[in-house]
Ligand binder design. Structure first.
Ligand code: ATP
Ligand code: MG
Ligand code: MG
Ligand code: MG
Length: 354
């Protein structure tokens, strides 16, 4: 009998549309050739407002590629899978990006159900989404990274006002340009590159609209290299890829507008650099307790030869043109095979943690 795979996509996040694209590609991989003999696809859609929708509607969204919304007022219970026939799903494949999906919340729900699922568990997901927790884990593992400071939203709007002093400190310790980021997001949403005091103030205010916790990082001039990791306790690293673009940084528009960024796989770097990055990618993966899959992003400062880790994404973009599956394709694992392997790793991990 076939394993019934609940492909869980959409989600209450700014990366909802990306999730739909990723799910379309995975759905296709589950229904072609070999995989169709092994797996039955049962899509489940979470609307942007958090409402769960069953197979029929999920299938429509997969076909159209267009998000759906509720017209009625949403009740808390609508944001639970009460309308879904949960017993018909043998394994979950969450492909939700950003908060409420990549951050451990959904993973907690799936853990409660005691059903195997693809990817990291609660801890790995939460550590990978929270840039502060992630950086602490990386630093503990001895991985080099840019200088950074944590800023709380309450420090920005405090009374009496400490904001000017806070900005003074950031300027002295990090300098310009620096990057202001909400701690828990993805796809560059809420991120600004700032070059002066006024931009810093605006960026902090903007980031505070997304998160209570904000991270400010020293900016580096570097090449952007990425490495894909696959597996659980003995994870493997893919070949290294590079992203290039003409825009100021790799922002949302550059990420999702066709033709604005180019991927080079494998990246044109020495074997020594590539090996170092692969090793660091696996260390980073283990440091946050990721499982199944992860894409680890690096800054390579060519002048000094320095490699700095930027972040890990525990549910990276998974469209047919996304970096994660492309890195594996270049490493000898096709998209369809990758989806199959991820499911097998999930089953393995589930039986081991029982
Ligand atoms: P993803 O979509 O990969 O989850 P994200 O929203 O988590 O992205 P980051 O990867 O932290 O965001 O940053 C987005 C981009 O901003 C980077 O790819 C890079 O172009 C730029 N950037 C971020 N931090 C720095 C930095 N300290 N120095 C230079 N560039 C940076
Ligand atoms: Mg990220
Ligand atoms: Mg991300
Ligand atoms: Mg990134």
């Amino acid at each position: 009998t076939k394993l019934r795979v609940g492909l869980l996509f959409g989600g209450c996040s700014g990366e909802h549309e990306v999730s739909i694209s990723s799910a379309r590609a995975i759905a296709k991989a589950l229904t072609t050739d070999e995989n169709a003999n092994r797996y039955e696809l049962l899509p489940v859609y979470i609307q942007k407002d958090g409402v769960w929708k069953d197979r029929k509607i999920a299938q429509q969204v997969l076909e159209s590629g267009k998000p759906l919304f509720s017209n009625d007022e949403v009740q808390p219970s609508d944001r639970l899978p009460q309308t879904i026939n949960l017993s018909e799903i043998d394994l979950w494949f969450p492909i939700l990006h950003g908060p409420n999906g990549e951050d451990g919340t959904i993973q907690g729900l799936l853990t409660l159900m005691q059903v195997p699922f693809v990817g990291s568990g609660v801890l790995g997901s939460a550590m990978g989404m929270d840039k502060i927790a992630m950086k602490m884990a990386f630093s503990q593992a001895g991985l080099p990274q840019v200088k950074y400071k944590l800023v709380m939203r309450s420090q920005i709007y405090s009374n009496p006002c400490i904001f000017p002093k806070l900005c003074d400190q950031l300027e002295v310790e990090l300098g310009y340009p620096c990057f202001v980021k909400p701690a828990n997001l993805g796809s560059s949403v809420g991120i600004s590159k700032v070059r002066n005091r006024q931009e810093l103030e605006t960026a902090l205010d903007n980031a505070a609209s997304y998160d209570r916790r904000i991270i400010v990082e020293a900016g580096v001039m570097a090449r952007e290299l990425e490495c894909a990791v696959l597996g659980t306790d003995q994870p493997k690293a893919s070949v290294v890829g590079e992203i290039t673009f003409k825009s100021d940084f790799y922002d949302y528009e550059t990420k999702y507008t066709e033709g604005k960024a180019d991927l080079f796989i494998p990246a044109k770097v020495s074997n020594e650099i590539a090996n170092q990055i692969q090793e660091m990618a696996v260390q980073a993966f283990l440091a946050v307790d990721a499982a199944g899959l992860g894409r680890v992003d690096f800054f390579y400062v060519e002048q000094t030869g320095e490699i700095l880790i930027n972040e890990i994404n525990t549910l990276p973009g998974f469209t047919s043109t996304s970096m994660y599956p492309q890195l594996w394709a270049a490493s000898g694992v096709s998209f369809d095979e990758l989806v199959h392997q991820l499911i097998q790793f999930a089953l393995e991990r589930h039986s081991e943690t029982k």
